[in-house]
Design a protein around this ligand. Sequence first.
Ligand SMILES: Nc1ccn([C@@H]2O[C@H](COP(=O)(O)OP(=O)(O)OP(=O)(O)O)[C@@H](O)[C@H]2O)c(=O)n1
Length: 492
Amino acid sequence: MHGAEEAAGAAGGPRARAASTQTDSMAGQIPRLSKVNLFTLFSLWMELFPSAEQQKKSQVKKSGLVVVKNMTIIGLHCSSTDLHAGQIALIKHGSRLKNCDLYFSRKPCSTCLKMIVNAGVNRISYWPADPEISLQNEASNPMTTDDAKLDAKAVERLKSNSRARVCVLLQPLVCYMVQFIEETSTKLDFIQKIAKSQPDFNTDFYTACRQEKIKEYESLFLISNEETHKQILMTIGLENLCENPYFSNLRQNMKDLVLVLATVAASVPVFGCFGFYSTDSQPANETHHQGLPQEIARHCMIQARLLAYRTEDHKTGVGAIIWAEEKSRSCDGTGAMYFVGCGYNAFPVGSEYADFPHMDDKQKDREIRKFRYIIHAEQNALTFRCREIKPDERSMIFVTKCPCDECVPLIKGAGIKQIYAGDVDAGKKKADISYMKFGELEGVTKFTWQLNPFHANALEFHDPMTRENGVQKTKSVDDQQHQNKKLCLGHY
Ligand SMILES: Nc1ccn([C@@H]2O[C@H](COP(=O)(O)OP(=O)(O)OP(=O)(O)O)[C@@H](O)[C@H]2O)c(=O)n1
């Protein structure tokens, strides 16, 4: 994952600090997510990847996984009904896992861990709550919990006898991070467009949606009962974290990260008939141009939104992520979709904070404005991608802001078939950056955030009466169609 080079970046530790470049010197300018926290958040978010498969109630929990090489993401995966995330990583990357860092949303089971350490991974970080083989609900099923405990023991033995570090890499958030995310979220195209359709232009729906997400993610990723949490930590070899102040610090860090996830997730909300739609005229049978199911598009845009909080631009953070779809469904919980690359806007690799100007067009002297130096999110995603963009596959880029005139020809030239973006800036010519080409772009289908133009009753459906606390409760026919359509993903 890029922005600018952050060789060992935010991972912390003396070696990492010595090797980093502008990461540390940028710190303190604007609240930024550390890379380690970003990878952790991505792993949690991958656990929530919308799945076409029915999740069976099982002791094996779905988990999300981020594969990182040289501090750059090279794989995003989640468990499927047949395979655990760790097994999928092995199938997809094989011996390329050597020296990689893996971030899991749950501590992996022994079946996965033995293969991963065998592949020579460097580090395995996991979210310190309920592991992949669940240790919760002991009372209701003591037999299965015995097996889970046995597995936890095997994991510890594998850990102590392997070269790989199996650890918890969580870092405290910088001050005001959550507040900063909240403020910047409400200024985005996604929230602004909905707010405009509200009486008095209000953003109450964002607050309500955020509250819902907080509740939902807290119950998924945190263990509300402190004693249960302690017991689980003891069983998975984290007895050192069971004493205060370590225990309360850990819980606070976890809570803060869940808050970040909920705040970002709410910034591309499920709301009425809003979604990513295209009004471009395309041949009806042209599968490369068919839109993704709304929940998948939203999921990937939220990944781009998370990336934006690594920006080095003081004013405008932008994130971009590229996904592609294989011709047929693969074993991954992501269906046929696979990760290609991601980035955020930042100054060139290796530069120091003072090397380039940070000013926008309020600065009269054009020579000391940022625009000629900063690398755009799309440019970084393309430059540091880990997979090629194949002409016969449906590939898509998700960008939190409208692609500018520098980036539009790059995206088209790279062979990307679809753009999902905000478009509030489209058609604007600013002093040093313009957004004129996006509207005229042909051959790449543009999906922009808007009221469903094909839904006859989009406006009526949007009536506040159909909402409770500002959050849409019922699904439109169209949303249900999209729900069904996701089953078709990867089967063209
Ligand atoms: N698709 C885009 C669009 C813009 N950017 C980044 O966004 C910044 C420019 O944003 P813009 O809003 O156009 O200009 P600002 O001067 O930052 O803000 P304002 O809206 O007030 O003009 C640049 O750093 C550029 O790298 C980007 O990475 N990807």
